[in-house]
Write a protein that binds this ligand. Sequence first.
Ligand code: FAD
Ligand code: AMP
Length: 478
Amino acid sequence: MSQKFDVVVIGAGPGGYVAAIRAAQLGLKTACIEKYQGKEGKTALGGTCLNVGCIPSKALLDSSYKFHEAHESFKVHGISTGEVAMDVPAMVARKDQIVKNLTGGVAGLMKANGVTVFEGHGKLLSGKQVEVTGLDGNTQVLGADHVILASGSKPVDIPPAPVDQNIIVDSTGALDFQTVPAKLGVIGAGVIGLELGSVWARLGAEVTVLEAMDKFLPAADEQISKEAFKILSKQGLKILLGARVTGSEVKGDQVTVNFTNAEGEQQQTFDKLIVAVGRRPVTTDLLAADAGVDMDERGFIFVDDYCATSVPGVYAIGDVVRGAMLAHKASEEGVMVAERIAGHKSQMNYDLVPSVIYTHPEIAWVGKTEQALKGEGVEINVGTFPFAASGRAMAANDTAGLVKVIADAKTDRVLGVHVMGPAAAELVQQGAIGMEFGTSAEDLGMMVFSHPTMSEALHEAALAVNGHAIHIANRKKR
Ligand code: FAD
Ligand code: AMP
């Protein structure tokens, strides 16, 4: 054994690098192993999130939204421009530069905190030993008192649409188109499909989203998902529900996709096709046969509420374990595990992990939906406020959507905050902070909100729960 550590982390995504930094802060001798090679052929830390996920997708969403605004809404503000053009390679290069800055920043943070980074593939052996196969193929074995598995996830492949990263791409390929496809197909109306579909639709692609399920965004509150379907469809995203892709054929520069829907067999031809049908845990060559770590029936590493695996001293966090595949969930699990290793009693509130879809308007929520609460037989009061009645939203010419606050009818405790609209992610976070401290709708209503802000819509929705909204007629009078 060449070196011995208190903690060895496999994977440097938002789960792994955060866990490693927190462990090192707590005085533990920590190593982190990462195998990913970025675009420049060098090891890049930050995982899916920084390299090919959250950040690059948001960079393209922001660029494409600015183009869309210049094209479609500047004139509302009285601004006229010459012809507005999009330089797609420049947009993609800007995204690459952001990725480079952030992944380099993580490397700097690791160094500043004294985390030893190993470049290569990590594999857990028995007895909490970890084998590292370097980029040159040489192996070494690290000893560890504690091991954190943070190997993340990768896109699901489906046999009817095999990815070639040219005509048929996954989410990674869809971040690197060098031209706007005239006709773009997207399989899957989940978060990734809607975000990437929006990027290219804003730049002029005719986008068709094929979704096997009959229901749109089933995890969201039904009132919000119905509103979202209307607004996104009006923006030009053609979302076909109940459309199951059964096959595809690439011919020259195009792909013909076969799918079935209520009307029977259908066919459409696209210039590019994005396969966005979900992600699966990465466990390839991660565990030696005698490592002793149990998996669940879906291939995730089995863990308890504190991310402990079946092997004492071995933990797993992030996309490779149960729960939402979200960067902030991975990071908080990383912090919890590092602190528990250091002897703290840290825990995580899985009920308050917010979800965000970065379309425009954004869709975000925290806590429970109206349909889930009704299903559980909980009596609730609901308050809503449309952005169409918000002065700030009108000033910004950004009035689509609403805020919805759901509270327990008996205690007034807020159980869910659901938003489609401008700054939805930020508003939902305010709701999450309140909910973490057990806020009631009345508490939120009594707080002073700056005027004029988008946040006032949250204030008014909270007031509306008990019929006290000022800037909209209350459904319920008190
Ligand atoms: P990962 O980020 O996948 O990192 C795992 C790392 O481990 C990788 O770098 C991998 O190379 C490395 N690794 C794996 N096996 C080994 C091994 N054996 N040895 C060494 N290294 C190994 N989430 C959000 O919260 N917000 C968003 O807006 C958002 N947008 C997204 C957009 C897209 C297009 C995609 C694809 C994902 C998005 N996500 C978003 C999800 C988010 O990226 C993931 O939930 C998050 O990255 C999971 O973190 P992780 O640390 O568990 O795994
Ligand atoms: P998510 O897991 O949120 O990224 O969403 C992926 C979406 O892809 C889900 O809504 C699935 O129903 C959808 N999906 C999976 N397979 C197919 C398929 N063959 N055709 C169309 N949609 C699919």
